[in-house]
Write a protein that binds this ligand. Structure first.
Ligand code: NAP
Length: 322
């Protein structure tokens, strides 16, 4: 069997970070291979923006752009510049020696070799952790209003969370559903003021402060019929009818592939070892986007670090003489 070709750079992930890295690497004549993913970590090619409706803060789109359209444009641009895209998940990664080894496919059937790797695997949505929530995922429990909201058109739904994502989901759902109840565990939201005001001013959204969801019903029917909520101040629990529960309580970085191989920060995100760069603890491996960013987590910052990662990889290759 012939040895696989050694790529100058393999980019793992195809959100704004991965695709921007691909655009820059392609323009630098690095012939990048981008493993864009398939379904690993609950994400699809294009990443989290595929679950976002209107993006109003990405520069260059004064009349907003849908997350899907933005990602389709980035993908097209990366491809036009010469990126080779592989629509598979990376199943295994070996960063212990160079060339780095990247296996793709469920059975690790495809092996690619790389002089440099740009990790842009992003982060995925968190869930509350209830057994009933798990059982009813995709049967009324969702972490993506844009994907699943239209299924509950004209029905009553719940959203849990107090950050910008929860505000965004609640506002979006209020445009489709008859009523939205937003459940938050504290008395105040952490979301930006503008997003909060949008929710508070929406007559279709009711807010339950200091409440948590303790159960999702009804597993026996195989669909969501109600949620059980607990008032944290009184301890009283009650069941409230609804057709769906949208969970918007933050994210977890997708680092399974690199655990034990790359240094991670205490919160589990990839540690950037040289401030102001995308360098990781392994020379030749760079991290971009949400997998290494728990502070900004924006499409535009992910794109920015994707650009940095491609430039870092290009310069590292030149300096190291590989
Ligand atoms: P986040 O800001 O971390 O907020 C998570 C929320 O979920 C918090 O309110 C938290 O409550 C709550 N929570 C966490 N674990 C929980 C649990 N087990 N049970 C119940 N509630 C729980 O996450 P995010 O809203 O996904 O936002 C992430 C980042 O993306 C932020 O920087 C945000 O600004 C940004 N973002 C921006 C936009 C936009 O600008 N269009 C849209 C979406 C997200 P506590 O507050 O009590 O901790």
């Amino acid at each position: 069997m012939t040895e696989p070709r050694e790529h100058q750079v393999i980019i793992i992930g195809s959100g704004p970070a991965g695709l921007t890295a691909a655009i820059y690497a392609a323009r630098a004549n690095m012939a990048p291979l981008c493993v864009e993913g398939f379904s690993a970590g609950g994400l699809i090619p294009g990443g989290q923006l595929m679950f976002t409706s209107d993006v109003e803060n990405f520069p260059g789109f004064p009349n907003h752009v849908s997350g899907q359209e933005l990602m389709a444009r980035m993908r097209e641009q990366a491809e036009k510049q010469g990126t080779e895209l592989v629509t598979e998940d990376v199943s295994k990664l070996d960063l212990s020696s160079r060339p780095f080894k990247v296996w793709v496919g469920e059975d690790s059937s495809g092996l690619y070799l790389a002089k440099t790797v740009i990790l842009a695997t992003g982060a995925r949505a968190n869930y509350i952790g209830l057994a009933s929530e798990e059982r009813l995922k995709n049967k009324g429990v969702s972490a993506c209003a844009v994907c699943d909201g239209p299924l509950y058109k004209g029905r009553e739904v719940f959203v849990v969370g107090g950050g910008d994502s929860a505000m965004e989901e609640a506002s979006y759902l209020a445009g489709i559903c008859s009523r939205v109840t937003l459940v938050h565990r504290r008395d105040e939201f952490r979301a930006s003021r503008a997003m909060q005001e949008r929710v508070k001013g929406n007559p279709k959204i009711e807010i339950l402060y200091s409440h948590v969801v303790t159960e999702v019903l009804d597993v026996s029917q195989g669909k969501v019929t109600a949620v059980q909520v607990k008032d944290l101040k009184t301890g009283i629990e009650r069941q409230l009818a609804c057709a769906a529960l949208f969970v918007a309580i933050g994210h977890t970085p997708l680092t399974d592939l690199v655990k034990g191989q790359l240094e991670l920060a205490d919160n589990g995100y990839v540690r950037i070892t040289r401030p102001g760069s995308t360098y990781t603890s392994v020379p030749g491996v760079f991290a971009a986007g949400d997998v290494a960013d728990w502070v900004y987590r924006q499409a535009v910052t992910a794109a920015g670090t994707g650009c940095m990662a491609a430039l870092d990889a290009e310069r590292w290759l030149a300096l190291e003489g590989h």
